[in-house]
Design a protein around this ligand. Structure first.
Ligand SMILES: [Zn+2]
Ligand SMILES: [Zn+2]
Length: 212
């Protein structure tokens, strides 16, 4: 296993948040949309439910997106700043039947702080293990979504099953038409192993119930 389970999950959560604002479409268009998304993604804990909270989450989304473009020193500086700004204090906690795991924000911390610290703590692992190249952008045409490639051989090209299928269909059509294939098609590659395509409420429910 490349990363601890909670780190992998937090990385996917960060990518999922970034991807709510990609490709010219904002999934978090208003407070009601944020409420819905928070429920779907399994975030729990204190909420303000106001416009400022929505603005903060959108700002964090932009900030997290930059992590996919920065070099290692840049990511380290940004992660340190995120941890400092949220007063992160790592503590081992066992609760609600969950074995000991890491909480780094106090119960009741603002949603955006909990989101930022969870992502930052996961990035700490990524940088420490020299695995920053796992942060990738989808190679599919017309898709700017980010992804975290946790595959053994770093073979993941696309953000989602839908992009994989779309590109495979395009490659198939190109071959039939006798024209050069789309760049980097992967007709034989298995679908991405990431849980992004998993049904909502499935594997994602296996996260710490308090999420802080
Ligand atoms: Zn994509
Ligand atoms: Zn917990």
């Amino acid at each position: 296993m490349l990363f601890a389970h909670d780190t992998a999950r937090a990385l996917h959560a960060a990518a999922t948040l970034v991807n709510t604002g990609q490709n010219g479409f904002d999934v978090l268009a208003d407070i009601a949309a944020l409420d819905r998304w928070i429920g779907e993604e399994g975030w729990t804990g204190a909420r303000r439910g106001d416009q400022r909270e929505l603005d903060e989450v959108r700002a964090l989304r932009r900030r997290l997106r930059r992590l996919w473009a920065l070099d290692e020193a840049g990511v380290a500086a940004e992660v340190n700043e995120m941890l400092r700004a949220a007063n992160a204090l790592p503590q081992l906690v066992a609760h609600d039947g969950w074995p000991f795991h890491l909480h780094a924000t106090p119960q009741g911390a603002p949603l955006v702080d909990r989101m930022a610290v969870e992502a930052a703590m996961a990035l700490v692992d990524v940088v420490r293990q020299g695995e920053l190249s796992r942060l990738q952008v989808c190679r599919a045409t017309d898709c700017a979504d980010v992804l975290v490639d946790l595959s053994k051989n770093r073979s993941r090209l696309y953000c989602s099953t839908s992009c994989t299928n779309r590109m495979n269909v395009a490659a198939y059509r190109s071959r039939r038409a006798g024209t050069p294939a789309e760049p980097r098609p992967s007709p034989d590659a298995p679908p991405p192993a990431a849980p992004r395509g998993a049904p909502a409420g499935g594997g994602r429910n296996a996260r710490c119930a308090i999420r802080q």
